[in-house]
Design a protein around this ligand. Structure first.
Ligand SMILES: [Zn+2]
Length: 173
């Protein structure tokens, strides 16, 4: 999935895992669930607009990805300070792409990092524990499928604000 989706997922997970009494447990659970949320969302990404290759000749591809970039900046600005820990782990697997594309851009070669190891691990993990996900329809090339990802982001924002409000109410009771 795209960065804003992972950022929102990390924020929701951190809010869900929050316990006042066991802060260390909060950190631990947020890290684990955040990390695995990345793999789960990337599995679902097959049903959203997600062409595997960049296409700079396609106006829709460009505008969609400019939107993604802007949404990423806004999401980090709004949720970064409060949910930084969850966001880091939810986005962490994308270190794969930084290392792989980084090698191509810089010309530096890391022989042990030619494949996305973290994504491969998460993919294999969800293929084992949630095999039916592999049967999801492939809509990656259809622009209209971007709606699914936008809807998911909207759902996460709604959920996050609900959770925040509930916590505030409990606090004042
Ligand atoms: Zn990913």
């Amino acid at each position: 999935m795209q960065a804003p989706t992972h950022i929102l997922a990390g924020s929701v997970i951190q809010e869900l895992c929050k316990t006042r009494r066991f802060p260390l447990l909060t950190y631990f659970l947020t890290a684990v669930f955040g990390f695995f949320s990345h793999g789960l969302l990337d599995k679902l990404a097959i049903t959203t607009y997600h062409p595997p290759r960049a296409d700079f000749s396609d106006a829709f591809w460009i505008s969609y990805h400019v939107g993604v970039l802007l949404a990423t900046i806004v999401a980090v600005y709004v949720y970064g300070a409060r949910y930084g820990w969850g966001i880091i782990f939810a986005v962490l697997p994308d270190v794969d792409w930084i290392l792989i594309h980084g090698q191509r851009l810089t010309g530096i070669s890391l022989p042990f990092y030619q494949t996305p190891h973290i994504h491969n691990f998460l993919n294999a993990f969800f293929d084992t524990v949630a095999a039916p996900l592999s049967a999801l329809p492939d809509y990656r090339h259809y622009p209209w499928a971007g709606i699914f990802e936008i809807a998911l982001i909207a759902l996460f924002i709604l959920l996050l604000h609900r959770l925040q409000r509930r916590r505030r109410n409990i606090h004042f009771r």
